[in-house]
Design a binder for this molecule. Sequence first.
Ligand code: ATP
Length: 307
Amino acid sequence: MEKESILKVKNLKKHYHDVKAVDGISFEVFKGEVFTLLGPNGAGKTTTLEILEGLKKHDEGDVFLFGTYIKNGIPLSLKEKIGVVLQENNFIDHLSVVETLKTFRGFYSSGLRIEEILKIVSLEDKKNTKVEKLSGGQRQRLAIGVALAGNPDLIFMDEPTTGLDPQARRNVWDMIVNLKENGKTIFLTTHYMEEAEFLSDYIYIMDHGKIIARGSVQELINAFGEERIIEAHLDVDENLKGELKEILHEVEFGKSKVFLKAYDLPKTMKIFLDWVEKRKVEVRDLIVRQSNLEDIFLKLTGRSLRD
Ligand code: ATP
């Protein structure tokens, strides 16, 4: 079955004086997909999203939304098919959850019933709570509820879990999976690689306004992550760190952790374990894993996603 194109972008550019915020990017998003722009702060994700949401004008490039060429702003008929979850929400604190949803629902000629929205975002028991009394996670679920008010086909979510604790983040992920299962298309930006890995059908890795890699998680790993990573929990002083770097070269140290890149796994493992034995280092845990998106980003840019 042919996939339905929801959004197509060709050679999109937006420059602020000498800052090339978006510098010639192209992609296509299909119905029912979670499409993710993954990149560090300042990569150009929000600028891209704001152009696609109609909040900013682009300098160059072509945008097709639901098959329509977008020239001077997004027509109202298409705006009604889009939901937006912004990075920050300025809700009115003294309104309740239900009052907030009713306000936004009123902007649309048709859409979901308030009770349906409350159920999707699991805020039924908070419906009469004032916005100011909501936790960060509940507030974010309300933001998603607001974005769903007009029953959109395409939902833009700009870093929807930034600042949330792990449980609240997980709840938002489950909600996104549910929306996708119900045929919605999600355009997500994030700088959390676990989020991109968990949710995305397709990932475009963005840095300095450009797309530097793209594919499904597995395609990216196949293309860029041929090596294995040995991860060991241990504490060693600077001398021992230096020594290990001399023996194995591709070594990174984290907090009480060492990461070894292994192109030849048995050989690297043997060298490492011989060193551990010789120096009587206490290894508290040891795992071998495939490269993940964070390793790939580091490899492509020399920087971490959270830099
Ligand atoms: P974040 O994760 O921090 O939101 P981002 O990937 O969304 O980052 P953008 O917010 O799109 O990145 O910013 C891309 C670049 O454009 C940055 O260098 C930023 O400083 C710059 N920029 C964004 N908006 C403006 C503006 N209105 N005027 C000048 N420069 C801007």
